[in-house]
Design a protein around this ligand. Structure first.
Ligand SMILES: CC(=O)SCCNC(=O)CCNC(=O)[C@H](O)C(C)(C)COP(=O)(O)OP(=O)(O)OC[C@H]1O[C@@H](n2cnc3c(N)ncnc32)[C@H](O)[C@@H]1OP(=O)(O)O
Length: 169
């Protein structure tokens, strides 16, 4: 299967924060952001694999900055690495200053998706060839994150997580 670059799966969703999507502090509700990120990540995974894709795991979410009512929010999702049937999707969330238009990073997240056939059985996906320094950094660390996700899900024994162990030994 021919490799693809992360930019081939790049998915950008830009939308406003409306009153029905906020918490009592008038900031974007966390679950709404998770749903928006899941949608962007699923499109990126579909662009990479050209298959049906399902969310296997939300590996990491950092709500570093609150996002105020009325903000313009841009979600950028790209496949950072693929394995056999699974893909890691890296998501960067930006907010845009109304007056200057300058973008600031608000959050980031990492999701795992699996490509499946019509019966929901996992199927192989193309490999990823990272291009930029940031893409290479994210690619290199992805196996470690996959092992951590599998250990936390009870699908891998800690003793088998070679990449994780290498961090501490
Ligand atoms: C777009 C949406 O929101 S879809 C709705 C939400 N998601 C769903 O409904 C998915 C429900 N879950 C499922 O269908 C299944 O659990 C699947 C397809 C995700 C995985 O099925 P499994 O029977 O575990 O398959 P299997 O063990 O072969 O794993 C398939 C791949 O998923 C990976 N995987 C499974 N669980 C995890 C996890 N928690 N974290 C990271 N990767 C995982 C495996 O490592 C494997 O990757 P690889 O082939 O690249 O090495």
């Amino acid at each position: 299967m021919q490799a693809k670059t992360p930019s081939e799966s790049l998915t950008i969703l830009t939308d406003l924060v409306l009153p029905s999507e906020t918490n009592p502090l008038n900031n974007l509700f966390g679950g709404e952001l998770l749903a928006r990120m899941d949608r962007a990540a699923s499109i990126a995974a579909r662009r990479h694999s050209r298959r049906i894709v399902v969310t296997a795991s939300v590996n990491h979410v950092a709500f570093n900055r609150s996002i105020a009512l009325g903000s313009v929010v841009t979600i950028e999702a790209k496949v950072s690495r693929s394995f056999n049937t699974s893909m890691e999707i890296f998501i960067d969330v930006w907010i845009e200053d109304r007056e200057s238009g300058v973008r600031a990073k608000a959050n980031e997240a990492i999701y795992s998706f699996v490509a499946v056939d019509e019966q929901g059985r996992p199927v192989s996906v193309p490999p990823v060839t990272p291009e930029t320094d940031l893409e290479k950094e994210r690619f290199d660390a992805a196996l470690r994150r996959k092992q951590l996700s599998l250990v936390l899900a009870g699908k891998m024994k800690p003793s088998e997580a070679t990449e994780l162990k290498a961090l501490f030994l």
